[in-house]
Design a protein around this ligand. Sequence first.
Ligand SMILES: *Cc1c(COP(=O)(O)O)cnc(C)c1O
Length: 445
Amino acid sequence: MEWIESLPDRPVAPTKSANDLLPLFGGVLPDHPTDPVDVVDELATLAEPGIMAMSSGRFFGWVIGGTLPAALGADWLVSAWDQNAAMRYASPATAAIEETAGRWIVELLGLPTRSDVGFTTGGTAANFVGITAGRGWVLEQAGWDINAQGFNGAPRITVLAGAERHISVDLALRYSGLGLPTLVDADDQGRIIPSALASALDDVDGPVIVCLQAGNLHSGAFDPMRECSDLAHAKNAWVHVDGAFGLWAAASPQFVDALDGVDLADSWATDAHKTLNVPYDCGVAIVSKKDAAVKAFGVQASYLTRDGAMTDPMEVTPEMSRRARGVPVWAALRQLGRTGVVDMIDRLAENARALASGLGALGGVTVLNDVVFTQVSLSFGADERTREVTARLISDGTVWMSGSKWNGHDILRISVSNWSTDAAEVAIAIAAVKRAIAAVGIEPD
Ligand SMILES: *Cc1c(COP(=O)(O)O)cnc(C)c1O
């Protein structure tokens, strides 16, 4: 509670590095027991200087998100209950809660209602679920049973992905044995160019998976969903959408046009721990093609007790045993309701626009992207100067924004992902960037 209460005022950055902290945690394995209350006190005290205030409203780094109060409380319950969320029969309450949360998500995002939903560790694992379900399906269409026959001698699968896909798509492809994707050209905002996808599809023969993106991590941009899905489906391809943070835009009427046709895909990956603001970790894998997820991840064994013919939670994700990480999702959605989710998403986007316009008005700042969702990418001139401003800003500690590279140049990237960020914190952030610019000095001509 002390930590949470400190969030509105504390500096965002940690003051100690992991290496600084290592010796403080005691070094060698203790020989003797310690009172559990003392253990928890010791942890809280020793860790504090090394905790980044990621759930502060002044944290704009990577794409992280904070924690809604009901989701945090629910997460504590999940630990206290200590359910293995694998089977409906064994942990009925968490199964019912997660099934409801899954149904609510699918409804909010306007995806096909009968989709299978699995709660994974994050977006990477959710990408893996969607792509692996797709792998089995496209091979089945080609008369090949991947589960029985494996990859040896299988028809070659072509994977097409945008040049600016998130790197976790490559990881998911690696995990599923598909190797590197064939890249499709993207425009200046990182969106797949449909004509480039069309010609890439023309070049392939055989099973195809197309990976689209809802939410580019630098620009926030969405691939043209309808056009790309239609092109892909005309070739009987599986369409997977990585929407780790951006898929949530589909809940808001404001983004209906931007995400038009997103429901046409066959699988989607998103995170609840980013835009929905539940604690780490929680990703969501959604697969609309009937049985495709269960064919990839389902399992039967004599010692597992089935609840009739119902799909068990462990049949749609890679893990057998896992925590009931969908429970905080239920709590977040219960706290907010549909209008609350829409308000939160709209507010994140509004804060991003306010940051872009406030910062863009400062001398020497260029906003590099069309601010279509929660992401703002900035340049302060030459790469070196952008890096200096970023370093100053981070050492100032009032806010946290991360450096990155986009289109070959250094940038400062802002992601507005925290439900609690308000107009005052947006103003504080603009002032902090202004101070960092002043500290670096006028750009030399
Ligand atoms: C964060 C992110 C991922 C990976 O999600 P994790 O939860 O970190 O595994 C995938 N795609 C996009 C666009 C992301 O922003």
